[in-house]
Each structure stands twice: as structure tokens, then as C-alpha cells.
Ligand binder design. Sequence first.
Ligand code: IFM
Length: 455
Amino acid sequence: MTSADVQYRDARFPADFVWGAATAAYQIEGAAQDDGRGESIWDRFSHTPGKTINGDTGDVACDHYHRWRDDIRLMRDLNLNAYRLSISWPRVLPDGRGRINEAGLAFYDRLIDGLLEATITPWVTLYHWDLPQVLEDQGGWPNRKTADAFVEYADVVSRRLGDRVRNWITLNEPWCSGFLGYHSGEHAPGRKNPRDALQAMHVLLIAHGLAVPVLRRNSPQARVGITLNLTPAYPATDSVADRDAAHRYDGFFNRWFLDPLYGRGYPRDLISLYGPDLAPATDPSDFDVIATPTDFLGINYYSPAFVRDDPASAPLRVGIAPVPGAELTDMGWAIYPRGLYDLLLRVCRDYPTTALYITENGAAYDDAPSQDGRIEDPRRTRFYARHLAAAKAAIEDGAPLRGFFAWSLMDNFEWAFGYTKRFGIVYVDYATQERTIKESGRWYSRVAAGNRLLE
Ligand code: IFM
């Protein structure tokens, strides 16, 4: 046991705990040209030379569009009681708004029915990064009209699926959509403008807030939430300068979303750091929209940030320090389960959340099949064991955590990293599309079936 770990008292999880795995449309579906699907920003970006490792694209990915029945069987074998998927906006509305592509909608209709027949509860994310390219051409997320288009899309999807889907997630990780997509340019659409990034995040939050009542109207029995990638920020040293820097980083990554979603508007320290040149253009009524009450918060947790003061990096003046003694995954991300424990308790202490779900947690490791075809991935099993222990300890200490989704159900297209990073609890042979449950998946299936950690 290291200080990165947290000890639980009782291995049993609460009754009705949700045991799931998650994926996203562009990362697994493939069938990019099939049945009238439109172009997304990730099609355009990944087909642009130099944007992804090896020039990889999601054209075929895991071919889930054609293999979804087999994939549901895998979920059954894994004893999952829930599956988090995302809908491809351009598969449903190829032009972003207006004309509905019936074949695209019908695919999700069949998928939802198939999951329900298998007694697996669908958790549906509306936006996991694949904006229709036509909307990007009209200004993308910094354009307020994109929020209106999102509401139309939410309406179309929830009218069709809302009688059966009981859990909706509006957005996945708006920090990534805004920052990686419009500031660093590492993700689609690959723009590099800090002001556009902050404006994009603002419009994303408006889109979320406007969509909530639409989802409630079309899906009255459902619960609606949003998923954030939250990153606990620790000062690299005890100095006042580093503690202040950690607070700023927390503002940039966490409070920037949590504060407005829970009715406090944007954090003032960040607004003044950004100044009028960077801060988003807002209307006072936007904040009522963004703070529309939700039923749960989804949290994606992978790694913490150890932060030091760095006067050279304007405007936040933060630098990232190594996590003391931490092992790294293939992404280079430090393994720190205590971060999950701290995060869960902090969120429920500082914000009026009534239900939390870990909508993603997982690790990339490139374990190849052994001679007998098994995929032995003990580092991933240990990663999950340590994080689930931290999650259980947080529940014991009062966090209203109701479920956990492994990222990911299967190896898939890891965005700019293409197919070089494998996060799955199921191995995918991309040449044959054969799937094999990894040893970590077998372990996870036993945890899910027993609703308890394995000692
Ligand atoms: O693969 C991604 C996912 O799409 C969003 N959250 C983080 C994962 C790992 O990078």
C-alpha cells in the first residue's frame, strides 16, 4: 500500500450499483460512409495529413456498426448491467440540422432494443466530440447557433429513443472539446485560438443547459446529466506560490465548469486572469440556462495534476510537476487512485450533487495476445482494483457514488493517438476484428457479478 492508495473497510458495493463500460461513436463504429452518414470534424481532421499517429482514422475502427450484436454478447459475458455509448450526430443529422437520416437513427433504435433485451441499461451520451463538419464550417462551437443546432439534435434523438433510454448525458468532457479542439489544436477541428476555446466551452455549456428540458420533455422518466473530465490539483510543494498555482489550475480545469453548472457563474479569479481579451462573451441569462438542474454528474478520472507556480506561462502561470513516485500508463499518465477519492469527496462537499457516476476510468497498456491467445494485462487489473478501492472508500466516507464505467469496453481509436493506445478490457485484433476478453475484463466481470471487490 502506497500513499497513492486509499483503503476501504468493506468490499461490498451498495445494492443497485451500476457496473458498466463505456465507448464513443467515432472511436468504435466505423462505417463512416455507410447509410447516409455525414462528415464529422473527426473525419476531416483524421484525414488531414499529420494530425493523427500513422494517419489513423475512424473509417473502420472496431466496425461496431456492423458487429453490435456480437458486442452486446461480449457485454453479457462481462456481466455488465450498463453500457455507455454515444450517438454520432452526423449519422443522425448529416447536415447538422434539418434533414433526418432515418437509417442512422434506426441503427441506434436497434442497438437500444438489443441492449434492453440483454438486460443491459443504455447510458446515452449525445455529444462525444463528433460535430458535423458542416457546423464547424459555420463557426463551430464558438458560434452560438451551434447550441441551437445541438438542441434540435437532442430533440430528434430523444423523440425516437426517449421512451427507452433512462439515462442521458448531454456532453462528454467539454474541456477537451474546447481546449484541445480550439486552443491546443491537438483534437478536431484543430484550431489554435485561446479566445475561441473559451467561447466554445461557453457555448457548449449553453447547449447542455438548453438540451436538458428538451430531454426531460421527450423522455419524462429519464435522468439527465453531463460528464466532466475533472482533475484534482495538488501543489507540487507546500509553498504559497505553488498552492496558489494549484488553485488556479483547479479553476482552469474544474471550477470553470462546476461553478456555472451549479449556479455560481464563472470563477472570478479566472475571469480576471483571462481578462477582457480572453474571457468569453456572455449574457446574464446564459447562466440560468447553464445552471438548469440535472439529476447526476458524470466524472471521468484518469490522473491528477501536481502543480507548481510558473510565472513564464501566462495567463495561468502554472506548470505541471511529476507525481511523486507514481507509475505511468502508456499514455504517460500518472497512476494516483487517491486522486479519485479526493475528487469524489471534494465534489460532493463543494457542490450540491445528489448522484455521482464515474463515467470513465481506465488505463492504456499494450499487452499482446500470448501463445494460447489469452491477453494477460495484470497492470490494468491492478489499476482498476486500486481505483475501485478508492471509489469504495469515498462511498464509505459519504460520496453519493452510484456507478462505475470502465474505459473502455474495447480497444479503439484513441483520437490523435490513432490505434496506438489500447484502453479496452476487450482486445481487438484490427486486422480481423476478432475480440478477446482480456484478463482484466474477466476480473472486472467477477467484480460486477459479485458486486464486491475481490480480496
Ligand atoms: O478515449 C478517451 C475518451 O474518448 C474520452 N476520455 C478519455 C479517453 C482516454 O483518453
